[in-house]
Write a protein that binds this ligand. Structure first.
Ligand code: NAG
Ligand code: NAG
Length: 224
């Protein structure tokens, strides 16, 4: 089960009360794709990001958050519109999670045991390649999912602009695993073979959750 959907997440939400630290944490979101994307963060909002641009998210205190990118969007001058993937209810500045499929970067900053937890999750599918890299504190474990998952997507999971997680399509216990034990499936192996750092089924924690000391800054690169 993904860290942020697990019982730890409850701890992560309450721990900050006891581990407040005052350093600003910086997350730089970089668009390395040769086209415009519309990244979003919850909390954090969302914006248009042209090729080569960087969006600096500053978190003054602890946050549990998710970052994803939206593709093929059109918005009007009041910030309403829609996107082919990752759309958050038609808002430019997201107040809700994006529609599947989205490649998710998830983190709990300064959460359980005073550490930052982070992962790349394919539990809502895949729309863009991404890399998440610690940039301070001597923490060096960069994680990435940069394979051509959309291009190689099994036909049952294919959707315009991305590749669905099998839970989204089939909604069965085998793929969604709401409770109890669950195992990799042939579909989750399709993702894991291509992105070994990523969460590919609900109990994929041992190979997919990473930590840094609290207070580390990070860079998210789309199309690394
Ligand atoms: C989405 O945008 C990309 C990059 O601009 C483009 O190559 C692709 O054709 C677009 N897809 C759709 C369905 O509009
Ligand atoms: C997984 O198994 C199902 C059912 O046997 C099959 O339809 C599907 O094509 C398989 N997918 C992959 C990626 O092998």
């Amino acid at each position: 089960m993904s860290f942020l959907n697990s019982p730890f997440a409850i701890v992560a939400i309450f721990m900050p009360l006891f581990f407040i630290h005052s350093h600003g944490i910086i997350i730089r979101v970089q668009n390395n794709c040769p086209y415009t994307i519309w990244p979003a963060a919850l909390p954090g909002g969302g914006r248009r990001l042209d090729s080569g641009q960087t969006w600096v998210l500053g978190y003054p205190s602890t946050k549990v958050a998710k970052i994803w990118a939206r593709t093929n969007c059109t918005f009007d001058s009041s910030g309403r519109g829609r996107c082919l993937t990752g759309d958050c209810g038609g808002q430019l500045e997201c107040k809700d999670y994006g529609a599947a499929p989205v490649t998710l970067v998830e983190y709990g900053l300064n959460s359980f045991a005073g550490k930052d937890y982070y992962d790349i999750s394919l539990m809502k599918g895949f729309n863009l390649p991404v890399q998440f890299t610690p940039t301070s504190n001597g923490c060096t474990k960069s994680i990435r999912c940069a394979a051509d998952i959309t291009g190689q997507c099994p036909s049952q999971l294919k959707t315009p602009g991305g590749c669905h997680n099998p839970c989204t399509v089939f909604k069965t216990y085998q793929y969604c695993c709401g409770y109890g034990r669950c195992l990799p499936t042939n579909f989750s192996r399709f993702f894991k073979v291509r992105c070994r750092d990523a969460f590919t089924y609900p109990e994929d924690d041992p190979t997919s959750t990473f930590t840094c000391p609290a207070g580390t800054s990070y860079r998210v690169v789309f199309c690394p």
